[in-house]
Design a protein around this ligand. Sequence first.
Ligand SMILES: NC(=O)C1=CN([C@@H]2O[C@H](COP(=O)(O)OP(=O)(O)OC[C@H]3O[C@@H](n4cnc5c(N)ncnc54)[C@H](OP(=O)(O)O)[C@@H]3O)[C@@H](O)[C@H]2O)C=CC1
Ligand SMILES: CC(=O)C(=O)O
Ligand SMILES: [Mg+2]
Length: 623
Amino acid sequence: MSTTFAGVRSLRHRTASPLVHRIICGAPSGNKSMTVRAFSTSPARHDNPEDRDHHIKNAAPDVRGLDLIKRPRINKGMAFSLRERQLLGIHGLLPPAFMNQDQQATRVITNLRQQPNDLARYVQLNALQDRNEKLFYRVLCDHVEELMPIVYTPTVGLACQKFGFIYRNPKGVYITINDNCPEKIYDILSNWPESDVRAIVVTDGERILGLGDLGAYGMGIPVGKLSLYVALAGIQPQWCLPVMIDVGTDNQELLDDPFYIGLRKKRVRGAEYDKLIDNFMKAAVKRYGQDTLIQFEDFGNKNAFRLLDKYKDKYCTFNDDIQGTASVAVAGLLAATRITKRPMADEKILFFGAGEASLGIALLTVMQMQKDGLSFEEACNRIYLIDSKGLIVKSRTDLTDGHKIHFAKDLPPTKSLIENVKSIKPSILIGAATIGGAFNEEVIRTMGELNKRPIIFALSNPTSKAECTAEAAYSITNGRAIFASGSPFDPVTVNGQKFYPGQGNNSYIFPGVALGTILCGVRHVGDEHFLLASRTVADLVTEKHLSEGRLYPPLTDVREISVKIAVAIAEMCYKDGTASHYPEPSNKEKFIREQIYDTTYGQFLPDTYDWPEEDMKSGFTHK
Ligand SMILES: NC(=O)C1=CN([C@@H]2O[C@H](COP(=O)(O)OP(=O)(O)OC[C@H]3O[C@@H](n4cnc5c(N)ncnc54)[C@H](OP(=O)(O)O)[C@@H]3O)[C@@H](O)[C@H]2O)C=CC1
Ligand SMILES: CC(=O)C(=O)O
Ligand SMILES: [Mg+2]
């Protein structure tokens, strides 16, 4: 077995694979005991795919009986073979019939389709994840376009709003303001059953999608995002940890909600809040290692920018709402410029909203325009933003901190969106202000009058907050709009032509960025990684996609996109010396593909298993 890239990493603090140990299992019928070789269910960290295959095929559990069926990571339900049932102490605990994973997956999707609504589907999928993880991901991967809107936006938004009511089983770790010291938080993290955590998605629930402060109900978001780590990038589920930082909520409805699951107090802010986040960061890397990726998700605006600035060079961290969103939007814009046949530097962009999403996109667009030859000031001059107080202009006195100031214009402080569209005459209109329907007929029509091919992105989530529907964008512009939205819309037919609206959602980006970061041990994730991801995604958009109205490849390709992003990040990071896992894999794509999560069941007792003599004599047969 060759020394491996990942094997070297494991010397630091991870458990080396393969973990070969012996467990004692009871015999199938009667109390005879026998010895079975057991392997870790983690993928092997080897360059040789045959080794990896060997480990997966020979994986055996370290529990038996009912405990095995109750462990979702290894439970196979009725797919346990007779031999497995007999040897692992579950014979008779399952119905006598056998089902393979294909049959189980068919049963699950049929059942899901019969549910009365999407929330019921969410609850059912959630329960499946608690019961049989491989089957959950198998079904999710097989039906990604159909099920993404359930485990992710828009349904995850509704699920968060009803989180207390639909709550069944804990998923992830809750850290509260009452746990505000590093040792306590370390102990809480140590209660999590997995020690090889490589990626954390953390929220404090203050800005859940466009739904505002949902407090501890926001836990649905880290859970959903990490499901996409696995489903869209093939990151191993055991490496993923959802975290909810509960500092209270300012949402009075939740404080009055009898089912509320969080601390019933107003949000703690200021020094005590900062200390909690600091303690969490310290405890997380102490527990899981300095290169543990920590993705900030759905924090309130002020904290999101502040914490990103504070931690970006100190930890392996990024803010998905700022940087991931920026990356997917710039990818869409790069693809759109192939339709308009104009370089990005020639576009004039108006943002409706000037928060995490809009400013993140604006700043990354500036970076791209600089690469196209503009100066920072020239690029900023092409970008206009409107916030809750109106257009960002130099005469405003409230722009002293933050990034808005870069984009302030010498213009009158016009508040209305339509007035700004008419006077600025943008070629691109991007919405991320959580005001559903803000791009009304007049706004869209005006964009259509100003531009041959108006670019309109309605990025707010969930669907109820989208600035306009795909139908409105295409029909009002007579099919000329180049459109993308944060939440999915069905295809729209205008004048006999079918348009497939792109989903401009950071889910095209963060899974692949995380995959590359984790596998190469990138210590800091920066804007250059996100711009690289934008280009990678944009390059995967074909002329056929563009002709169908798509600015992104279809969601069904997203696993492949994630691998491509991860490979691009690996190439960049080994070249510029920011990867920390050595030796450098000679074939990065092959290495990455070998680490991808496999949804097929492990065969706990291989066919080649050397069956002990006495068990052979006991006469059980494998059907
Ligand atoms: N598609 C995707 O991948 C993503 C989509 N989003 C979505 O984008 C939306 C915004 O998120 P985010 O930027 O993080 O939130 P923020 O709270 O950071 O920003 C919201 C912005 O909207 C502005 N705003 C609020 N009301 C109005 C109004 N009436 N008129 C004009 N502007 C207004 C706010 O103004 P002010 O600055 O004055 O407060 C602020 O600038 C959410 O719906 C979120 O779900 C977010 C991330 C990713
Ligand atoms: C998609 C996302 O991250 C958001 O809406 O917050
Ligand atoms: Mg988000």
